[in-house]
Design a binder for this molecule. Sequence first.
Ligand code: ADP
Length: 638
Amino acid sequence: MGKKTTHKFKAEVSQMLDILVHSLYTNKEIFLRELISNASDALEKVRFQATTKKDGSEAGKDEIPLQISISSDKEAKTLTVTDTGIGMTRDELMKNIGTIAHSGTAELARLAEEGKESIDALIGRFGVGFYSVYMVADEVTVITRSADPDAKVISWTSDGKTDYKLQELDSKPDEDMPRGTRIIVKLKEDLADQFTNDANLKMIVNKHSNFINFPIIIGDGQVNTVSALWREPKFQIKSEQYAEFYKFLTYDSEDPFDTLHISVDAPVQFNALLFTPVGDGDPFGMGREDRGLDLYVRRVLIEKQNKNLLPEYLGFIKGVVDTEDLPLNISRETLQDNILMRKISSTLVKQVLGNLEKIAKDNADRYAEFWHVHGSLFKAGYMDFLNKDKFGHLVRFNSSVSEDEKGLSSFAEYITRAKDDQKEIYYAYGPSREALGLSPHLELFRKKGIEVLYLYEPIDEFVMESLRDFDGYTLVSAEHADVSKLDGFETLEKEEKAEALSDDQKTTLDAMLTRIKDVLGDSVSEVKPSQRLSDSPVCLANPDGQVTSSMDKIMRVMSKDTSIPTKVLEVNPDHALIRNMLTIYKKDENDPFIEQAARQLFESALLLEGYLTDPHSLVGRVQDLLTKSSGWYVKTTE
Ligand code: ADP
């Protein structure tokens, strides 16, 4: 027997253990799920190694059966999980259990610290790996023998506090432990009954580990189903079986929103089982690392969460793909630019998009549910040029005709509502439905009853810019709309038209606009009468041929440009304020009110566009005007 040595846990492991030991998490049984899943990974590695052997000998050809067995001892209050997997050498043992808390646990510790979510909810959701066993254990012993032919049997023991002990055992390894890992859990007093009861253990395995790819033995029988559900004929599978498999795969507690079972024979043979979760699965914004489909070759797991099978914008989909056509010994590196993989991928994408189209067609409410959860990610699909057409049918936007901000419109629906001669689909970007509802740029559209799609996220504009058109209709930013085209459409309500300007007033207007331009100087490129305004006195417009103001803003943020862009100030000659200004200007060209009003109108317009950085002078002027006008008000009502 080798010498017993004592080693301290690394700080992050200690921290993790401390959290787990003190956790009040009630669903402690998930520790078994974690141990079984580690055992299964270790078995997959043996199978994988065997399939990639140069001599071509097959998996499981040596007599050691690939399996997991669970036994318990009521007297000793122990539970033992044994696998015939890859095992660990002394170095691996030290590195894997003791040094690094796996990525999930590190993240969990961080989130627990932030305190946004209770630690208990986090444990259930992520799975915390090996260490979760300390929720139920006073002490754990790991006895393991690596598949490496010269490997010794090593024992690891710890009470999960500050350190662990390592020892090389010289028991007759080949009989007792040919290969693999045995985990002996000394149960806490109050939990011993619960976890030494075979019936209860079977129930736990069925609940959390039913679809593990290797037999799980309790007593004298196999407990789990060991079924590659994706390879079975669709008509034989019940929806509960799909749901059960989905929960096993994702740890989600809800049934999937949608299930897609695919069997393809050409151009590549493969089966796939794809799920769309109800929630977005990323409640903590941990990023999209947790995406990808598990790739199997003839039921052998080749890679978990493969990232090449589906593009990022379909990253909400969970599931498995199994193909006969790839060689078993394919390396993960060559998978990346493998032509078969690309064929599988393009077929999968088509199927997924086709399925979404079907949902949208059959049940718009159900599609809206999908869209509100996964739409934001899905919109990144504008980069998938090969599927541009399908994508165009699947994107949704809130619209000026929607009842509220939840309402959605497709391009196709927009077209059914478009005016007879309208060949454009108009859109506008804004911070909210309220803001867009009041935007001066959309006044003409409101007046003519022309629908405008409302964009709230920066990515929306990229979607529009890259699609450019849909079914013969051009996608046009309302800001850039050709006013002469809109003018042709009938006005909805006959508003009281302001009296037309007399020739004399027209001359005064020209002069006053020149004066306003002088006042504002280089902050505007031009001051001109507007065709599009009805309720607002002024608005800022882009000089011809420029990008939309929101796109401009994004580009400025990217280039750290904080200057205010130079725009055209459009003035509404029919607005009461402008008419008053004309009267004042006519009386006295140098009346200070004109200058004050010009600055005020310009800065208010900047404010609306989100460009005003210093509100001081604007606020000062408002107060000055209010003081004066209240004075007049008092006088006139005396
Ligand atoms: P994770 O499984 O997420 O990596 P764990 O803390 O559960 O995190 O396990 C850490 C590592 O210990 C595993 O990645 C694996 O290398 C090793 N390990 C755990 N259990 C076993 C086992 N039964 N057989 C072989 N290796 C194991």
